[in-house]
Design a protein around this ligand. Structure first.
Ligand code: ACM
Length: 269
C-alpha cells in the first residue's frame, strides 16, 4: 500500500517567494509516499509573454528544485510538481519529479499546450515518462493538465506500465471530471489530478480555476474529491499492484484484447 496526497493550492501570480513558502507549509502537514502539486505551482498560470515569465522560471537546480528536492529526501516521498522550466533560451511548461533518494529531478515537458500557453512555452519534447520506485513497488506515469483531452497520453503511459497516472493541473472547465474516470477504467490504472483553485486576470480576461482535485481507482471510482475552492491536502492509501491485472472477467483483458492493427497511427503495441 502507498499513501497518495493531492495538494490543491492557489498560487499568487508572479509571487514565487510567497508561493514557495506556502508550498513549504502545505508540505509540512503532508504525510504521504507520493505527493502531487498543481501545474505551474510556483509562478501562477496566466502569462502571455516569455519575457514576463522567464525571471521566475528555473532549470533543475533552481530555488523550487532545492526546496522540493530537499523535502522529497527528508519526507522520503516522491514529489511531483508543475514548474515553469527554462532551458537555454526556451521556456517549457514542465513537471519535475523529485525522488526520496535525491538526485536530478525527472522532467516532463507538456506535450499539448493549452490556449495562450503557446505564446510563452515551447511544445514539449520529452514524450510521456514512466518511472518505477522499487521500494514502494509502484510505477508512475506523468502527464500535465490539457494532456487529459488526448486519450493517447494516458494510453501511452498505461502501455508503458504506469500503475498510477499523475496529472498536475490548472483546469478551467469541469469536463475532465467526466473523462478522467474513463481514462482510469479503460486503462485499469489509478489517476491522480491535483488541480488549483482561485482565478487570475490578465489584460481584462479572467481564468477561473476549478479545484475539485481527485483520485480515481482503476474502476473510475473517486477515492478523493476536493471541493471547488480553497487549499486542501487530501490523502488516500492505495494498492498500486491491483492495476496490473488488466482482466475484468475470465475472458477479457483490456490490453490483450486490443487491435492495434486496426488503429491506424496508434502504433504502440
Ligand atoms: C490547462 O492545460 N492548463 C488547461
Amino acid at each position: 500500500m502507498i499513501r497518495v496526497a493531492l495538494i490543491q493550492y492557489t498560487p499568487i501570480h508572479g509571487s514565487k517567494g510567497v508561493n514557495l513558502r506556502a508550498i513549504s507549509d502545505l508540505l509540512e502537514e503532508t504525510v504521504a509516499d507520493l505527493i502531487v502539486l498543481p501545474e505551474l505551482c510556483t509562478t501562477g498560470y496566466f502569462f502571455t509573454s516569455g519575457d514576463e515569465l522567464a525571471p521566475l522560471a528555473e532549470g533543475t537546480h533552481g530555488e523550487a528544485s532545492r526546496l522540493l528536492g530537499d523535502a522529497a529526501v527528508s519526507k522520503r516521498a516522491i514529489i511531483v510538481a508543475g514548474i515553469a522550466e527554462v532551458a537555454g533560451d526556451l521556456l517549457y511548461n514542465s513537471v519535475f519529479v523529485f525522488r526520496p533518494e535525491g538526485g536530478e529531478p525527472l522532467v516532463y515537458r507538456k506535450s499539448h499546450l493549452f490556449y495562450k500557453e503557446s505564446m510563452v512555452f515551447e511544445q514539449g519534447d520529452t514524450g510521456f515518462p514512466v518511472f518505477t520506485d522499487r521500494r514502494l513497488d509502484v510505477t508512475i506515469g506523468i502527464m500535465l493538465c490539457y494532456d487529459w483531452r488526448f486519450p493517447e497520453a494516458a494510453r501511452c503511459l498505461a502501455l508503458d506500465g504506469a500503475d498510477i497516472i499523475v496529472c498536475p493541473s490548472n483546469l478551467v472547465t469541469d469536463a475532465w471530471m467526466k473523462v478522467m474516470p474513463a481514462r482510469a477504467i479503460e486503462n485499469k490504472v489509478f489517476v491522480a489530478v491535483a488541480n488549483r483553485a482561485g482565478s487570475e486576470t490578465k489584460e481584462g480576461e479572467t481564468l477561473e480555476f476549478r479545484g475539485r482535485s481527485a483520485l480515481y481507482d482503476p474502476r473510475g471510482e473517486p477515492l478523493l474529491q476536493a471541493d471547488a475552492t480553497g487549499d486542501r491536502v487530501l490523502v488516500a492509501e492505495i494498492d498500486p499492484s491491483i492495476s496490473r491485472d488488466k482482466r475484468f472477467n475470465d475472458r477479457n483483458d483490456i490490453f490483450l484484447d486490443r487491435r492495434p492493427d486496426l488503429y491506424g497511427r496508434i502504433t504502440r503495441t
